[in-house]
Design a protein around this ligand. Structure first.
Ligand code: GLU
Length: 551
């Protein structure tokens, strides 16, 4: 057995005892039933939308129980850390209104909230486990471990570091000392105590009672001694951090469900009270006839940055995610669903499908309820970050932008649902802005190409010559109507159909000439409203371009 003296020599002399950390981070004084929850992203890449899903549940549970919501950055795998990602997380939390009560950015009494800054705390607890012979150094090399796994596979026994395979578990004192004296790098492993065939069970707040084989693996708790800083593995850090941050509900992805037996062993060995778990089912994507996990590698919509970059408004995204937790929430109106208490026992266990068409519909519905001024403010915020040219135009042409957005929106019984996200503004409303609108003067490739060019141009010229920006919409439209009659267009589609040889088309085609001149497309909001938003000068500039064009 290793002497305490030798064990202590492996750690800094001034390392505090675990009791000191317990005193430093006392139990929280919160009302009975308050939930202290945490979300713990690893800074190895942009946040997965599933992270926002979990953070949203965390925030709600803390808010509705009078508890606390903590964000802890799990950066123990420093080689995989992507610079700038922590700031990206923060931006995403801000965007979705999910800022934590405590975090590296917000501060708090239970920090540091970066695992890389908690080395001393971990080492105190590792030393304690080693002194109590619940953890031991293991000098097995990567090659030896790979060889062991191969042998286990060949023998068709479970892979892992257990039983007779746990070669350093009961290594003679002398051998350990010799290895240390040689300066061989080592990890620290936990001494798992479980008999072959032993079963354990626990209650998950989402899934109910679960049973597993007890853990027999001597998992690594502290990574290799040749690394600096010396950081723990996820398993160990989770136990220490969630205990000392006084978390009382661990909500996390269900990929960790099977680790609960080892986590319980660690909590018990460390003398910590066990914490309730809630394992959240993953978000899924429909692929062909099947479903699979939404993957950051394969699916752009898996990444939170996608929603920020495309400018999906936060509320309907959160509403959509709430509906995925539970159908009850999807049936409520958005504001009610966003205010509702999330109940863990109503969360699904099999994974929910992310249907982007449905999300787009919810976003369009939401934007359609917003006044033009709010839409403009949101588009401007978005453009300032993601579309500098548009931001500049909006700043210079705020009144035009407001007039454009007001068309069939404010006070309209059936407001337009033409924006699902802020990046749609440019393709949908860009034509209003002279800077973004290419004048239509070449008829080729326009829907007007099917009419004789001289008819189109003569009509456009006549419209321009007689144009008056009349305020009454019927009177305004009568300008087209009367010109249509004198330029060979039938008064109605029926009239045209009855005698197609006699006309170039009907009033519909005549209106299309003006519509294409003003908007570049045959599909646009109400033509009169567009003309009012553009103003007479711009209307004339556009129809004259068509009248004077080539070809
Ligand atoms: N850092 C872990 C992960 O990203 C967090 C797991 C947990 O919430 O405990 O998967």
């Amino acid at each position: 057995m290793l002497s305490n003296l030798l064990i202590d020599s492996l750690f800094p002399a001034d390392l505090p005892e675990p009791a000191e950390w317990d005193r430093r981070f006392p139990p929280r004084e919160l009302p009975a039933g308050a939930r202290t929850v945490r979300f713990c992203p690893s800074p190895t890449g942009p946040l997965h939308i599933g992270g926002i899903y979990v953070a949203m549940i965390d925030r709600n549970l803390a808010d509705t129980s009078g508890g606390r919501y903590v964000v802890r950055i799990e950066d123990t795998d420093q080689s995989r850390e992507v610079p700038g990602v922590k700031e990206q997380f923060q931006r995403a939390f801000e965007y979705f209104g999910l800022l934590p009560d405590e975090s590296d950015f917000a501060g708090g009494d239970y920090g540091p909230y970066l695992q890389s800054a908690r080395e001393t705390i971990y080492l105190s607890h590792i030393r304690d486990l080693m002194r109590r012979r619940l953890a031991y150094p293991c000098f097995a090399t990567r090659e030896e471990l790979a060889e062991m796994t191969a042998q286990q596979q060949a023998a068709k026994v479970p892979t892992g570091y257990y039983g007779e395979w746990a070669i350093w578990r009961d290594a003679p004192h002398k051998r350990v000392e010799a290895a240390l004296a040689e300066g061989r790098p080592y990890v620290v492993r936990f001494r798992a105590e479980a008999a072959a065939g032993e079963r354990v069970s626990f209650v998950d707040a989402i899934r109910g009672r679960i049973e597993f084989d007890a853990n027999r693996n001597d998992v690594v708790v502290l990574k290799s001694s040749d690394q600096s800083p010396r950081l723990p593995t996820y398993h160990f850090a989770h136990a220490v951090d969630d205990h000392l941050m006084r978390v009382n509900l661990v909500l996390r992805a269900d990929e960790w469900l099977s680790s609960v037996p080892v986590h319980h062993q660690l909590f018990d060995a460390l003398g910590f009270e066990r914490i309730e778990y809630a394992h959240v089912a993953p978000l899924l994507k429909q692929v062909g006839g099947g479903k699979r996990k939404l993957s950051k590698r394969k699916d752009p919509e898996a990444s939170v940055d996608f929603y920020l970059r495309e400018g999906y408004p936060a509320e309907p995204v959160l509403y959509f995610l709430r509906g995925l937790i539970n159908g009850r929430l999807a049936e409520m109106p958005q504001s009610e669903a966003l205010a509702a208490t999330i109940r863990l026992d109503q969360c699904g266990v099999s994974g929910a499908l992310v249907d982007m068409v449905k999300l787009g519909g919810l976003c369009a519905d939401h934007i359609a309820t917003m006044p033009a001024a709010s839409v403009l403010a949101a588009v401007t915020d978005w453009a300032e970050r993601y579309d500098a040219e548009l931001a500049k135009i909006l700043a210079a042409e705020t009144d035009l932008a407001l007039r454009a957005l007001t068309v069939e929106r404010d006070g309209h019984p059936n407001p337009r649902k033409d924006l699902q996200k802020w990046s749609d503004f440019r393709p949908v409303y860009g034509f209003f802005f002279p800077e973004l609108f290419p004048l239509v003067n070449d008829l080729a490739d326009t829907p007007l190409a099917k009419l004789p060019a001289d008819v189109v141009r003569t009509f456009a010229a006549a419209f321009g010559d007689a144009y008056q920006p009349l305020i009454d919409s019927q009177e305004w439209f009568n300008q087209i109507r009367s010109l249509a009659a004198t330029h060979g267009f039938a008064g109605s589609p029926q009239e045209y159909k009855a005698n197609p040889g006699a006309y170039h088309g009907s009033i519909r085609e005549a209106s299309q000439i003006v519509r294409v001149a003003l908007t570049g497309s045959t599909r646009s909001p109400d033509l009169y409203a567009v003309a009012m938003a553009l103003g007479a000068d711009e209307v004339l500039r556009r129809v004259r371009a068509l009248a004077d064009g080539q070809g």
